[in-house]
Design a protein. Structure first.
Length: 247
């Protein structure tokens, strides 16, 4: 990933204080007990509808425990080889034809060379969930050029093990476009939301951690652990969007 000078205002927008946007959902794990297991538990986030957040449907020995990390508490997620786990944030309403920011902080504890995946997911037209981008356990950040499959992976960046990344994703349902920055660096700018996703409305989003799917050539998942915090969804105020139009 390289720093792109023309997008300074774009990066500044994403790091504007949350109070400047319409905060709809925030899951920051404050108020929970360090060491508490929250695997398969549907919780009420700090901001958002009751019982609208959770790490759900674990398989294998996947587990989530509250960890003292990042900004106070975070979710410490461990998915051994052969396991899977999902995170779901229900927004409590359908938001259409607006501009939104999805943000989270993530640390991938180990780049182990395997094909395990931390996927970011959004609704499809039939309200199922499908992936938009992912962090692979070999250090790649990937997206897809058509319906997600191993043959449609495109490498768009890299991450470093043990490093905290603040991810900001502009999800523009008015224009049907999205952009992503990591720690102030533009990863993707003004890309079309893929047609397999719902391009005009959103009522939920989530993550999918998968340590079962091998990728060619013979790249097997090896299990991994993650720290995740400050999962938020905000409506982007029109005035905050103006810097994007002034490039």
């Amino acid at each position: 990933m390289k720093r792109l000078g023309p997008f300074i205002l774009f990066a500044a927008l994403f790091f504007a204080p949350p109070a400047q946007a319409g905060l709809i959902f925030l899951d920051d794990y404050e108020g929970l007990t360090v060491g508490q297991t929250i695997t398969g538990v549907i919780r009420t986030p700090s901001v958002g509808p009751p019982n609208s957040a959770g790490w759900i449907e674990p398989t294998g020995s996947a587990v989530v425990e509250v960890a003292s990390a990042i900004d106070g508490n975070s979710a410490g997620v461990t998915v051994p080889q052969g396991g899977t786990l999902e995170y779901l944030a229900n927004l409590g309403a359908t938001y259409s034809f607006g501009r939104f920011i999805v943000q989270w902080d993530i640390i991938v504890n180990t780049v182990n060379g395997g094909s395990g995946m931390f996927f970011v997911r959004f609704p499809t037209p039939d309200n199922d969930m499908q992936i938009l981008l992912g962090f692979l356990d070999d250090g790649r950040i990937i997206t897809f050029n058509t319906d997600p499959s191993p043959s449609t992976i495109i490498t768009v960046g890299n991450f470093v093990a043990g490093t905290r990344y603040h991810v900001s994703l502009l999800y523009d349902l008015t224009a049907g476009r999205y952009s992503i920055i990591l720690n102030g660096q533009v990863l993707l700018f003004d890309q079309p939301i893929p047609s397999y996703l719902s391009v005009h409305a959103i009522n939920k989003f989530g993550f999918d951690l998968n340590q079962t799917m091998p990728l060619p050539p013979n790249l097997e998942p090896k299990g991994n652990s993650y720290l995740v915090d400050n999962v938020r969804f905000s409506r982007l105020d029109q005035m905050l969007y103006l810097p994007l139009l002034m490039k």
